[in-house]
Design a protein around this ligand. Sequence first.
Ligand code: NAP
Length: 278
Amino acid sequence: MDGKGLADEMQIEMIEAVQELKKNGITPGLVVLLVGENPASQTYVKNKEKRAVALGFHSLVKRLPATISEADLLKEIDHYNQDNDFHGILVQLPLPAHIDSEKVLNAIDSTKDVDGFHPVNMGKLLIGKPDMIPCTPYGIMKIFARYQIDLAGKNAVIIGRSNIVGKPMAQLLLMEDATVTIAHSKTANLAELARTADILVVAIGRGHFVTKEFIKPGAVVIDVGMNRDENGKLIGDVASAEVAEIAGYLTPVPKGVGPMTITMLLYQTIKSAETALS
Ligand code: NAP
């Protein structure tokens, strides 16, 4: 399943949506707050900025020193909450240890929370009335739609229960009438459970953990993992070469889920700008 290809297709649609907004005097604005100099964060932010600029966004990366106090960071967020030029606010994680990340994320205006991590947005998702949706599982739902994967009545197993991937993924699949099981590090007989899955979503963070013993023939397998092997190469959580022989569908790493995550971030910024227009 070609996540990169779908991201490219959506890029074209989104450029049109941005042009339409601009005709109405609104340029979607995204501000990314980057605290400190974590090299991985710098790379992620650079990618987001590049994609935002390519769409014609008003894009700002606000670089802040690692020594910034929590109170000053909260002030920055409050500033962008009030600033109508920005429809999306993103705080790049991880934050330095002296800052309470949860407090900072909760300070973002939930209507500008394009990452979808704010408790208000999580709560809306849980009651089946989503607004901003965590971008990785949202991108996965777009992949299912693109490949016309029928989810109703299917057994879905998600390995991983994080707030940013596993839990919202479960709710999104439930909303499409899948029967959902969430597995984690304490789950017994994991491979056996995974073999019951028509849809298997793997978000663990362990390179090539899921082998062919985990796969029901013909299953749809979504590999969220991003790990580095001993040579520094990006690999997923799924042992892709052997799993591809059994699975019906498989997302590759790279060019699978990853490109769709950034795409959904930008998509939700456009949505937020459209709401500002209405
Ligand atoms: P996380 O917060 O570390 O959660 C990992 C989950 O995997 C936990 O629920 C953990 O169980 C479970 N787990 C760990 N070892 C396990 C095992 N041996 N058997 C079964 N379950 C196990 O990770 P995350 O943020 O969800 O990310 C997961 C992976 O996805 C990482 O590689 C991350 O880099 C990647 N990721 C990719 C994207 C993308 O855009 N492609 C976006 C987000 C994340 P417990 O809860 O019991 O500890």
